[in-house]
Design a protein around this ligand. Structure first.
Ligand SMILES: [Zn+2]
Length: 185
């Protein structure tokens, strides 16, 4: 399943929330702190849902992931600073990339935990013809024992990284939509 596409459906809502919080009339320190809270909560929720969906599919639904990394501090600072530097379009791209990276982290964490429990999920990469050399090395390949690099995308390439566990392979993946509903989508 392509969890990135699913996770990015909240992108527009996230940008609306950023626009409200990042009001130039609000003190910069307050803006930055509120952005940290927004990113921590949103990123954490997306991570938990994506991890839980993978864990269900990979038959390790009794586990939890370690959570998002702390890059949201830097992101909050960049977004807050963009008011004075005028780098608005640049921060939109940074937010997209950050959200995507938290989703990929949840997939990698679930994949790693599954392997520790003797499960055999797979990850498949599909890359368009215009991707970078790094991504091209994984084009249309499926892995059972991937390196962490398989879960990384470089230069904002548009390929897809898809994890499959047992239920996706059996066509039983009915839980996906249900799991997503509690994020309000
Ligand atoms: Zn690339």
């Amino acid at each position: 399943m392509n969890y990135e596409a699913l996770g990015l459906t909240i992108k527009d809502d996230l940008k609306e929330a950023i626009a409200l919080i990042n009001n130039p009339e609000i003190d910069p320190d307050v803006r930055q702190m509120n952005l940290e809270v927004l990113f921590r909560e949103t990123g954490g929720q997306v991570y938990r849902v994506v991890y839980a969906m993978n864990a269900w599919d990979m038959d390790i639904d009794f586990t939890e992931g370690e959570g998002i990394n702390d890059f949201y501090y830097g992101l909050a600072k960049n977004v807050s600073d963009s008011i004075s530097t005028g780098g608005r379009s640049n921060v939109d791209a940074q937010v997209d990339e950050w959200l995507s990276n938290q989703i990929l982290k949840a997939m990698w964490d679930a994949f790693t935990t599954a392997k520790e429990h003797g499960k055999y999920p797979t990850v498949t990469r599909n890359e368009p013809s215009d991707c970078c050399d790094f991504c091209a090395q994984f084009r249309n390949m499926t892995f059972v024992d991937p390196s962490p690099e398989v879960f990384k995308r470089h230069d904002r390439c548009k390929g897809t990284i898809t994890t499959s566990g047992y239920k996706t392979r059996n066509g039983l993946y009915v839980g996906a939509r249900k799991a997503w509903v509690y994020m309000g989508n």
